[in-house]
Design a protein around this ligand. Structure first.
Ligand code: ADP
Length: 479
């Protein structure tokens, strides 16, 4: 059963109030009965003492005198109070007229003190105080009774009132609870209404924050903070899409222009070759951009699958270094490497790691018009560290915090017409983070840059590096 919070609160009010009222009335009822009991006990005790005093006063003049005095006393008592007295011989010396015919044995009385009991006499309920008293050396049994009916009637009236008002009170209190919970939840409805009106088109809108510093204010502030994060993510995605389309348009426009120009008139074979070469380069550039975009999209969706295994980072470094050396030499740059001769066991996806290293080495070559590039690896404090250093254009201080952002390209590199998408470092950082590592950069404009990759190093002792030679040896032994 699905109940609204308001309905649940009202139900809770109902149950709690009904239970409290029942408990309250039960306590009142108990208190009432207790106070009736005390009152009737007191009344019958006081009557008993009066009888005692009368016997005490008239006994010296003989039993008949006692009987006479007691009869007079009985005539004076109002409200139906009665008493009876048995003499030392065990015979009743005084009984109300209407009980005189009853042949009942003398009741038992406690040896000491007063006994109280409730009994019915001729359809009327009485509270009786009974006591054995010694007067002038003789033992008398005195019983004094007061009718409880007037008290019972009061109790009945109270119970009747209880029965009438209890349900009414509970219903009224529940209605009050319904109204109160409605009032308390009204701001929630307002939040719901304003939240409904916020969409992608008006993401900058915020929910109205209540003035009272309560839970609803906290809820609204949290929702507003969430809206802020969504807004900036959406702005990011919009920017990303705009940048991606812009960057894709450039090589496509190049392909198109080149093809159109080539087709405008008949050309020589070299000219066609040149044009096709340019088209191919532009096509490669767009393919690479699409690949980068796909990688980032998969990374964002959490769908990018890296296959981690324990491998030697030095081997991946050797591979990347060969590639970088060719690129550097083609550009007339000096290239040096200093790779740790000890294996550097790291849990990694080797091809992703190679991609990361190539992104850094490619950049070093790209952004170094002349000078040198060096690649270094070593271990320190349980970490494998790879450094790519160049003496290239460097990165200005304001650009430095942004170079790992998607599509970010520092100004001086744009002006130098170095082609690139601004995605390489974003992917490199993602790969490093997936390996529980990090990339740091130090750079000075006009002097060069140093990129430093830190990766958690595994225990070297149990690691046996699978070098190409060892791989071959294993294959030979199998044959
Ligand atoms: P790009 O495709 O533009 O190279 P990256 O994400 O690889 O994209 O790099 C982002 C920006 O960082 C580059 O445009 C460049 O301005 C700057 N950058 C990266 N590496 C270097 C470097 N070694 N020297 C100077 N600037 C660099």
């Amino acid at each position: 059963m699905h109940l609204t919070i308001r309905a649940r609160l009202t139900l809770l009010y109902f149950v709690v109030l009904a239970a409290s009222f029942v408990a309250f009335f039960w306590i009142c009822d108990f208190g009432f009965r207790r106070s009736i009991e005390i009152t009737v006990n007191d009344a019958s005790r006081s009557n008993l003492e009066t009888v005692h005093r009368v016997i005490d006063g008239s006994l010296p003049k003989g039993i008949p005198k006692v009987q006479k005095e007691l009869s007079e006393l009985a005539g004076l008592w109002a409200n139906g109070a009665i008493f009876e007295v048995a003499g030392p011989d065990g015979q009743w010396i005084f009984r109300p007229q209407r009980f005189q015919a009853l042949q009942a044995p003398l009741p038992e009385a406690p040896a000491q003190g007063i006994a109280f009991l409730t009994t019915n006499l001729e359809a009327l309920q009485y509270r009786i105080a009974r006591e054995r008293v010694v007067i002038g050396g003789d033992v008398f049994l005195i019983e004094a009774a007061v009718p409880t009916e007037p008290f019972d009637q009061a109790l009945d009236r109270f119970r009747l009132t209880e029965k009438r008002f209890l349900p009414l009170l509970v219903v009224l209190a529940s209605l009050l609870g319904y109204w109160l919970s409605g009032r308390a939840l009204a701001p929630v409805n307002r939040i719901v209404e304003s939240a409904k009106s916020i969409g992608v088109q008006n993401l900058s809108q915020r929910l109205e924050v209540p003035l009272e510093k309560d839970e609803l204010r906290r809820l609204t502030e949290t929702l507003n903070a969430m809206l802020g994060r969504i807004e900036s993510s959406v702005a990011h995605i919009t920017q990303f899409t705009a940048d991606a389309s812009h960057d894709l348009r450039t090589p496509l426009a190049l392909i198109r222009t080149n093809a159109e120009l080539a087709l405008r008139r008949h050309r020589r074979e070299e000219e066609y070759r040149e044009t096709l070469g340019r088209i191919l380069a532009a096509a490669e550039e767009s393919t690479q951009l699409i690949e980068h975009l796909l990688t980032l999209a998969r990374a964002d969706a959490g769908a990018a699958q890296l296959r981690f295994e324990t491998a030697d980072l030095s081997q991946v470094l050797h591979k990347a270094s060969q590639h970088a050396r060719i690129l550097a030499q083609a550009k007339g740059l000096e290239f040096s490497e200093e790779i740790d001769c000890e294996p550097l066991p790291v849990s990694m996806d080797s091809s992703a790691m190679e991609r990361l290293l190539l992104a850094l080495l490619d950049n070093a070559v790209k952004y170094t018009p002349e000078g040198s590039i060096s690649l270094r690896s070593f271990s320190r404090g349980g970490q494998a560290i790879v450094e790519v250093h160049d003496t290239g254009v460097g990165i200005s201080e304001p650009d430095l915090p942004h170079i790992f952002d998607r599509f970010y390209r520092a100004d001086q590199t744009r002006s130098r017409e170095v082609r690139g998408s601004g995605l390489g470092l974003a992917i490199a950082r993602w790969i490093a983070e997936m390996h529980r590592g990090a990339i740091e950069v130090e750079s000075e404009l006009g002097r060069g840059s140093r990129f430093c990759v830190h990766l958690p190093l595994l225990n070297r002792e149990n690691f046996v590096a699978v070098t190409p030679e060892r791989q071959k040896a294993t294959a030979d032994s199998v044959v």
